[in-house]
Design a protein around this ligand. Structure first.
Ligand SMILES: Nc1ncnc2c1ncn2[C@@H]1O[C@H](COP(=O)(O)OP(=O)(O)O)[C@@H](O)[C@H]1O
Ligand SMILES: [Mg+2]
Length: 367
């Protein structure tokens, strides 16, 4: 069984039929109510014969997209791979992604980053968030919104992370901070433009113009604080990529940003700057005074006083934030969601067996 689950995401996705995908969608919706979704609920809500649905569940289990549980009833739950497949399907259907790399670019602890291509050949990155990394996930408001669906917190946390990252990318990109151009977000997946690059941490002492690179980073941190009004919160040489083309530094990996109105924002800004400044001191003997840098960046701006929830709600709005956590159709009843699935998948039995397909890109794994 283990061997089967090592299949790459795109290979596994390409083995799905439309019926398999319908079953996954039903489980996703049913998770609002059940931790382990009973087999009979899946069958009923799928609106398909029992034999077909059971066969599909067996296959989804073998592909590592669901997990089966046997207690006083038989139930199923989604895995990250199953959730990946759902996001990938939506992205493909919306024409955002046409090809996906067979292996992730880098398997981080907190995300899987794939190279992808859109229908006109632009190179993209699809970042599937794993754990939640936002501080908002620890707030009372988050717990209230998730409520009794606490059994699948991983799903809400990973979605919140992705939406937070997408929000930060959009805000900073629009302010002309050097970040990858954001394309869209779905569930726990962020899509952005791919940058042919190396991590600053890998280049170490090898930059041609280290002063310019450090200068651009400091300007971008300042712009992010002064114009956008936020702090990255996890800035270091590991979250800066240097474009191969012209050595421009791009700041990546934004899920844990905070508004500068947050009462600890200044501490986070200090830590971000300290990481960068000490990296350049160590690798390039460049000397920038931390306090002086902070003074320049924060000059004339009031120090934040808000609690985290207040700061986020003021900046994003409670409604939108709630949508980040619970998803775009979260206000709808389960019945309406099932109608939606029915409309999406009202196929004949022949069409049910039709395979889904996403091509692979030629991009090879780099490490
Ligand atoms: N837009 C991008 N273009 C090129 N490579 C990227 C891009 N985004 C991420 N990467 C690569 O993927 C790695 C992990 O991305 P990151 O956003 O830092 O996720 P994690 O949360 O796993 O640290 C990066 O170190 C970088 O090598
Ligand atoms: Mg990172």
């Amino acid at each position: 069984m283990l061997l089967l689950s090592v299949k790459s995401l795109v290979t596994a996705y390409n083995e799905l039929t439309k019926l398999d995908l319908r079953v996954l969608r039903v489980i996703e919706v049913a998770h609002r109510r059940y931790e382990w979704v009973p087999l009979e609920v899946i069958v009923r809500w799928s609106n398909k014969p029992w034999e077909l649905v059971s066969k599909s569940l067996k296959k989804l289990n073998a592909l590592g997209m669901v997990i089966r549980w046997k207690g006083n009833y038989t139930g199923y739950r989604l895995t990250y791979t199953g959730y990946d497949a759902l996001a990938l399907h939506t992205l493909a259907k919306r024409g955002v992604v046409e090809k996906l790399s067979p292996t992730p670019l880098g398997v981080g602890k907190e995300s899987d980053v794939y190279v992808a291509e859109d229908p006109v050949g632009n190179k993209l990155v699809v970042k599937f968030h794993r754990l939640g990394r936002t501080s908002f996930r620890q707030t009372k408001r988050f717990r209230i919104w998730v409520g009794d669906r606490r059994h699948i917190t991983w799903l809400y946390e990973s979605r919140l992370s992705a939406h937070m990252e997408y929000k930060a990318l959009t805000l900073t990109y629009n302010a002309e901070v050097h970040v990858p151009r954001p394309v869209t977000v779905n569930r726990h997946a962020v899509v952005m433009h791919y940058i042919e690059s190396c991590r600053l941490s890998e280049i170490r002492g090898g930059l041609d113009r280290p002063e310019d690179v450090l200068g651009t980073i400091l300007e971008d941190v300042a712009k992010t604080y002064r114009e956008v009004g936020i702090v990255h919160g996890d800035l270091s040489e590991f979250n800066i990529i240097i474009s191969v083309e012209d050595e421009t530094p791009y700041i990546i990996d934004w899920p844990q940003w905070v508004p500068r109105t947050y009462r600890n924002a200044l501490d986070l800004l200090r830590r971000d700057l300290e990481n960068i400044i000490s990296f350049f001191r160590k690798e390039y003997k460049l000397d920038v005074d931390l306090d002086e840098a902070i003074r320049c960046i924060t000059e004339g701006i009031e120090v934040g006083e808000l609690e985290l929830e207040e700061a986020f709600e003021q900046m994003i709005g409670a409604r939108e934030l709630r949508e980040y956590v619970l998803g775009e159709h979260s206000e709808e009843s389960i019945e309406r969601e099932l109608d939606r699935i029915e409309r999406e998948f009202s196929e004949t039995e022949k069409e049910d067996r039709e395979k889904l397909h996403i091509a692979t890109t030629g991009t090879e794994k780099r490490e």
